[in-house]
Design a protein around this ligand. Structure first.
Ligand code: SF4
Length: 323
């Protein structure tokens, strides 16, 4: 019989389920080491990119990831989506197609992939994502100068290549494409920029367009959120498929985790959160959450940062995730 501590091994690749603005209760699948990404976005909530790369390789072992997923599924918690997201760009992982196909054998829960879209021009990557139910790629601009300013991507990636990749993917992919437009004040929010972007979006023909803005502490202080009024103007320009993402309000509570401190640490390691976020995710009251927060601050594991007047808790030195 295994020792109790062996039974409670912490998970390395799976986190949550966390309430997501778009995906309900989303179980995060994090298959890339911290900030290995083809971009270094100014709005990124994970901090600086450690390794700016377009190299596809086996970053983490597929059998261990599948083992953790099986383990979570056995617990019968409410999970609305299994979501590839987290610490870096998931399509950099050479086994993402294999993982999607293997997960499909385990469960009927739909699979979402959040991607920066930089590799969709590669046919192997498009094939790998064919069996995902929803792909959520980023598209913030139609012009290369703004693209470079926002994403500071790998030298081999330019906006025309990205757009062509999206158009090719749409032509063969039968699942849903939800395009995410991250709006940054003074950088990509002018009506004329949005009108140019609309021409490109019409070519891509996504199922939905999600308007987002810099709601969590960004990589660069100058990446500021746009106002709700600006978002509404942009929504009008982009038309019916477009929606402003609003904060998710959970209707039912997630089951109690057997180790709340570990769970809070795992969540904060992947994205900055407020106390309100944590009370929703953990089903604990404010006082309990604050107790754990103070413990983690004392241990130097997390730190506080301010953004748009709110206090966020983040991993000391920077944190991750994008659902
Ligand atoms: S926001 Fe996403 S694409 Fe941009 S640097 Fe962060 S992880 Fe990479």
């Amino acid at each position: 019989m295994p020792h109790q501590s062996q039974k409670r091994q912490s998970r390395k690749y799976i986190y949550g389920p966390v309430p997501s603005r778009r995906l309900g209760f989303s179980l995060g699948i994090d298959i890339i080491p911290h900030k290995n990404c083809s971009f270094d976005c100014i709005y990124c909530q994970l901090g600086k990119t450690m390794d700016k790369t377009t190299l596809r390789q086996v970053y983490t072992p597929a059998h261990e990831i599948l083992h953790e997923i099986r383990d979570v599924l056995d617990k019968n918690q409410r999970i609305d989506f299994l979501t590839f997201s987290g610490s870096g760009e998931p399509t950099l992982h050479k086994d993402i197609g294999y993982l999607i196909n293997e997960i499909k054998k385990l469960t009927k829960i739909p699979i979402a992939v959040l991607t920066n879209g930089s590799l969709l021009h590669v046919s192997e990557v498009r094939n790998d994502l064919m069996n995902a139910d929803i792909v959520i790629p980023t598209l913030c601009t139609a012009d290369n100068a703004t693209f470079r300013k926002i994403h500071r991507g790998h030298e081999t990636v330019d906006i025309d290549t990205v757009i062509e990749g999206y158009v090719k993917f749409r032509a063969t992919y039968r699942g849903q494409i939800w395009l995410e437009l991250m709006l940054i004040r003074g950088i990509n929010d002018k009506p004329e920029q949005i009108r140019d972007l609309k021409k490109v979006i019409d070519r891509i023909n996504p199922d939905k367009i999600h308007l987002n803005t810099v709601v969590r502490p960004p990589n660069e202080e100058y990446a500021r959120p746009v106002s709700l009024k600006t978002m509404q103007i942009i929504k009008e320009i982009l038309g019916d498929k477009c929606q402003i993402i609003v904060d998710f309000k959970p209707e039912t509570k997630v089951e109690q985790h057997d180790n709340q401190l570990e769970k809070i640490t795992a969540i904060i390691a992947r994205r900055p959160v407020t106390i309100d976020d944590l009370t929703k995710i953990t089903s604990m009251d404010r006082t309990q959450v604050l107790k754990y927060i103070h413990t983690l601050i004392k241990k130097g594991i997390i730190e506080v940062s301010k953004h748009s007047g709110d206090e966020y808790y983040r991993k000391a030195g920077g944190s991750d995730d994008r659902t």
